[in-house]
Design a protein around this ligand. Structure first.
Ligand SMILES: Cc1ncc(COP(=O)(O)O)c(C=O)c1O
Length: 338
C-alpha cells in the first residue's frame, strides 16, 4: 500500500467511528434540519469544546467559511484577510460570487497579519476579519496566541467580528499547548474540519452565538448544505472530537522528524523550524516538484506538488515506520533509484 502524505483527509475513519456510524444508521433520523439526535449531540459537543453558544454541522470547511462571510457581509462589503489565506487561494472566488463581498488582503507573513496594516485597513471600514490558524499555505505554521489576541482586540475596538478559519484549529491548539476554546474566544465565529487530522470521513463545524447559528442555518440551506439524514457522518464526528484530538501531537512529532531528517538530504531544502504542526514543505533544487512527486510515487510515497515545493502532511496512518520509509524514498528519489 502506498504511503499517502498528500493530505490529512486521506486518513480513514477508525473502527470506533465505523461502529458509531453503523449504530447511527439504525436510529431514526427525524425530518427537521436540526432534529437528528446524533447531529444534535455533535453540534452541542462542538459548541461546548469551543466555548460557543451553538454550532452547526456542515459538509465542508469551505462551506462553513462562506456561510460566515455571507452572514457578516452585505454585497459591496470588504472583509480583511491575507493573500495566502485558503479563502483567497482555494475557494474559487466564492465570497465575491455568493456574497458580493470583496477580500482585501492585508500584508502578512506566514498567515500572521501585519498589525499596522490591519489597523489601517480596519480604519477604512470592513465587515469582517478572517484569520486562518494553522495556516496551510505556509506549511501549517501556527499564528501565535498573542498575535491572535492583538487582532481580536483591534477588530473588537472597531466593532468588527473575527472569523477564525480553523480548519486545523486542534493542530494549532496542540502546537500552542492550549485548549481550542482559548483560540475560539478570540473570534466571534469559528470553522473547523472533522475530516482532517481528526479522521472523520467527512464534515465540518461552524460555531458562534445562537443568533449567528440561526442565520447560518438559513444560509447553509441557501448554499445547498441542508444535508439530511446526516446522523451517520455526525456519529463519526462525535468519536473524532472525543478521541482524536489527543493524538495530534504524534502527527506533529512525526512531521518534525521528517523535516529534521529531510533537511540533511542533498537536492532539497527543508526548514525544520517552519514545521510547526503536521505539514512539511520540501523544496527540490535539482528537479521540479512534479518530477520529484512522480519519482516518489514510483517508490510508493504520495506527496503533493505545492507551488515550488512538495507537501507532506502527517496523519493517523503515518506511523514511525511510514516516516522511515518516506525518508528512504526521498534519498532514493534523489539518486534516481527506482
Ligand atoms: C485552512 C483551510 N480552510 C478551509 C479548507 C477547506 O476545507 P474543505 O475541504 O472541508 O472545504 C481547507 C482545506 O484544506 C484549509 O486548509
Amino acid at each position: 500500500m502506498k504511503i499517502d502524505l498528500r493530505s490529512d483527509f486521506t486518513a480513514r475513519p477508525t473502527k470506533a467511528m465505523v461502529e458509531a456510524m453503523v449504530r447511527a444508521a439504525e436510529m431514526p433520523s427525524g425530518f427537521g434540519l436540526r432534529e437528528d439526535p446524533t447531529v444534535v449531540r455533535l453540534e452541542a459537543l462542538a459548541a461546548e469544546i469551543l466555548g460557543k453558544e451553538d454550532a452547526l454541522f456542515v459538509p465542508t470547511c469551505m462551506m462553513a467559511n462562506q456561510i460566515a462571510i455571507h452572514v457578516c457581509c452585505r454585497p459591496g462589503d470588504v472583509f480583511l484577510t491575507e493573500a495566502e489565506a485558503h479563502v483567497v487561494t482555494s475557494e474559487s472566488a466564492a465570497a465575491s460570487v455568493l456574497s458580493g463581498a470583496m477580500p482585501r488582503c492585508v500584508a502578512a507573513v506566514n498567515g500572521a497579519f501585519d498589525l499596522d496594516d490591519l489597523a489601517a485597513a480596519l480604519k477604512s471600514g470592513a465587515a469582517l476579519v478572517l484569520q486562518e490558524n494553522t495556516h496551510v499555505r505556509s506549511g501549517g505554521r501556527v499564528v501565535a496566541f498573542e498575535h491572535m489576541q492583538a487582532i481580536a482586540e483591534m477588530a473588537r475596538a472597531q466593532g468588527v467580528p473575527v472569523h477564525l478559519d480553523g480548519a486545523r484549529i486542534f493542530n494549532a491548539a496542540t502546537a500552542l499547548g492550549r485548549p481550542a476554546s482559548d483560540l475560539a474566544q478570540l473570534a466571534e465565529t469559528v470553522s473547523f474540519n472533522l475530516n482532517k487530522g481528526l479522521c472523520a470521513p467527512l464534515g465540518a463545524i461552524l460555531a458562534g452565538t445562537s443568533d449567528f447559528v440561526n442565520d447560518a442555518l438559513r444560509v447553509r440551506q441557501m448554499f445547498g448544505g441542508g444535508w439530511r439524514p446526516a446522523g451517520i457522518p455526525a456519529a463519526a464526528g462525535i468519536v473524532a472530537l472525543q478521541s482524536m484530538v489527543g493524538r495530534l501531537a504524534d502527527d506533529h512529532r512525526r512531521a518534525k522528524r521528517l523535516a529534521e531528517k529531510l533537511a540533511t538530504v542533498d537536492g532539497i531544502i527543508v526548514d525544520p523550524a517552519s514545521t510547526m504542526s503536521n505539514i512539511v514543505l520540501v523544496r527540490p533544487t535539482a528537479m521540479d516538484p512534479e518530477t520529484l512527486s512522480a519519482a516518489l510515487e514510483k517508490l510508493g510515497v504520495l506527496v503533493l506538488p505545492f507551488g515550488p515545493s512538495v507537501r507532506l502532511v502527517t496523519h493517523r496512518e503515518i506511523d514511525d515506520n511510514a516516516v522511515e520509509e518516506t525518508l528512504h524514498a526521498f534519498r532514493s528519489a534523489r539518486n534516481g533509484d527506482d
